[in-house]
Each structure stands twice: as structure tokens, then as C-alpha cells.
Ligand binder design. Sequence first.
Ligand SMILES: Nc1nc2c(ncn2[C@@H]2O[C@H](COP(=O)(O)OP(=O)(O)O[C@H]3O[C@H](CO)[C@@H](O)[C@H](O)[C@@H]3O)[C@@H](O)[C@H]2O)c(=O)[nH]1
Length: 331
Amino acid sequence: MSTTGTPLVVGGAGFIGSALVRHLAAQGPVRVLDDLSTGRAENIDGVDGVEFVRGSLLDDDVARAAMRGASTVFHLATLGVRHSIHDPVANHEVNATGTLRLLEIARELGTERFVYVSTSEVYGTAETVPMDEDHPTRPHTVYGGAKLAGEAYTRAYHTTYGLPTVVIRPFNAYGPRSHHEGDSGEVIPKFIVRARNGLAPLIFGDGRQTRDFTYVDDSARGIAAAGSAPEAVGRTINVGSGREITVRELAELVTAAAGRPDLAPEYHPDRPGDVRRLFSDSALAADVLGWKPEVSLREGIARLLEWHDSQGTDWAAALSEDVSYNWKPRG
Ligand SMILES: Nc1nc2c(ncn2[C@@H]2O[C@H](COP(=O)(O)OP(=O)(O)O[C@H]3O[C@H](CO)[C@@H](O)[C@H](O)[C@@H]3O)[C@@H](O)[C@H]2O)c(=O)[nH]1
């Protein structure tokens, strides 16, 4: 089987996907397959050496053509938590069945390595902290369940067929190109957009829930390392900063960084499916991938604000794009 050595990033126009594409493109050509259902072409516009293929991973012919000749396949295409609440069966179709279809094509083509980017949502809420990879997986949402099924298939293709696979579980990623709108909209970008509009951060629940926020370039470095580290094959590996922070503390950090420490949070009822606590033990990533987070939360938030300044973000428009949690596909 001859390969060009070109990596393929499925979901490469998404938030983490586009950070990974930038990282890989610094070393050589990269191919991207994305249907732009939630991703944006502009996330990878102007990155040298990127070959972009628009198409659905559920179309076997499209996926096979994109995967042919690719040495490593990084699979980050996904539809997220809110989508799964509104359309659970379609969510399973992309996250679970879609992953199985890609694995089957990888087996057929003899792909050298298949890296499945899962999510810390497979754990459900932390029962013990920090959470290593042996922590029970009791997802709260169909999204977490479907991603866990995708993981199980990925591991099974290693044990059954010897396909060299790796599963990565990123904890909450944030940074440039993060979504403030729609389904994948995350808490840090949402707080920033509100603060820039002079509005208080909205907190769902009591704000004592915790997360482990990881700067997206750190997440991307860990995922890239999974594509080459010899010891990674057959493993499931957390990529999280290993710092736990409450959403209340986060609101303070963001409003202070945005120059609006006067904006006290507004509290709203819990959202369905939200987990209480997430906090990564990333010792395995250090051992197997040689990975360590490099960017502190304070620094990462500052970089995200600088990135917005460099983009000249229209804050009023950004606020009106915030459809909060009424998921609908764009376009
Ligand atoms: N080709 C193809 N692409 C798809 C499909 N469905 C979705 N995509 C693309 O898959 C990408 C997913 O990217 P995002 O929605 O930006 O996800 P993310 O924020 O990077 O989330 C990732 O990290 C989370 C952890 O922080 C994970 O929870 C999540 O699963 C995902 O890997 C988007 O560009 C979207 O267009 C499909 O059927 N086919």
C-alpha cells in the first residue's frame, strides 16, 4: 500500500480540527474533509498546503476518495450535545455510525493510523478526581453515548483487525475560532461576547460546576502527537490541562480580562445533561505522547481576546448570532 504521507483531518474546518490543521500544515500538506454543517471554511482559509474537500463522511464514496493515499486519519467530525438533545438518532448516525463507516474504509485501505477524537463527555460527571482513563464512563447525553460508541468501535478495529487506532479524549477546548454561537457554543466565548456587549455572564445552575479548560493549540498538539507516537496505538488518552475551575471563578476571570469586573453573573436553571465536575488526569498523555499543556487559562483568555481584536470582531453581530441552545444547522 503506497501512501503519500499526507494526513487527513475529517472535521478539519471545525474548532479543534482547524487548530490541528494549522499545526500539521506547518510540517507539510494536509487534506481536510468537512461538510461545513457546523464548521466554517474561513477557519482554514489562507493556511498554506491545505487541500479542502467538502462532503459528508456518511457518503462512503466521498470518504473513501478523501482517505485514499492518506497516511494518518484524524477524525474530529462531530455534531455536539445540543444537537443530540434535539435529534438523537441523527446524532448517533454521525457520531457512532459515521465513525464505524470511516473505520471500515480505513481497514479496506490499510490506513497507517486512525486517531479518533472523542470527548471528556463520555465520562459523565466525575466520581473521583482527577479523572484518569479508567474512570467509569457514564455519559449524561446521547452525544456522550454516541461518542462512546465511536470509541468502542475504534478500539474494536484495533483488537479485531489490528488497525493502528488511538482514541483521544479532549477536555473543554477554548481559544481562537471557538464558537460563541449555536450548538458548539462554549462558555468562555459566550462570556466574552456578553462582556464585550456590556452584558453579565449567564450561568446555568449554581456556577459551582467545574471544568478543565484546555487551550486549543495545546489540545491540537496532543492530537497531532497521537498520529505518530509509537506507544499510542491501541490506547485511550485524556488531553486536558489538569486544572479544575468553577464556572463562577471562570466568569470572574473572563470579565476581569475583558475589563468589565463590574459585571456580576446572572443565574439561570440547570441545563439538561450538564455534568457537575470534569477534571483530567493527563499523566498518560505525558508518558505516551510526551504531552504537557503549555498555556495557562489566564494567558489563553488573553490570547483569545487579542485574536478577536486582530479579527475586528463585530460584537453586536456576535451577540445576535448567539442562538443559545436552540440548535439549528447553518445555511
Ligand atoms: N465531513 C463531515 N463533517 C462533519 C459532519 N458532521 C459534522 N462535521 C464537521 O465536523 C466539525 C466538528 O467541529 P466542531 O463542531 O467545531 O467541534 P469542536 O468544537 O472542535 O469539538 C471537538 O472537541 C470537543 C472537545 O472539546 C469534543 O467534545 C467534540 O467531539 C469534538 O471532537 C465541523 O467542522 C463540522 O462541520 C459530517 O457528517 N461529515
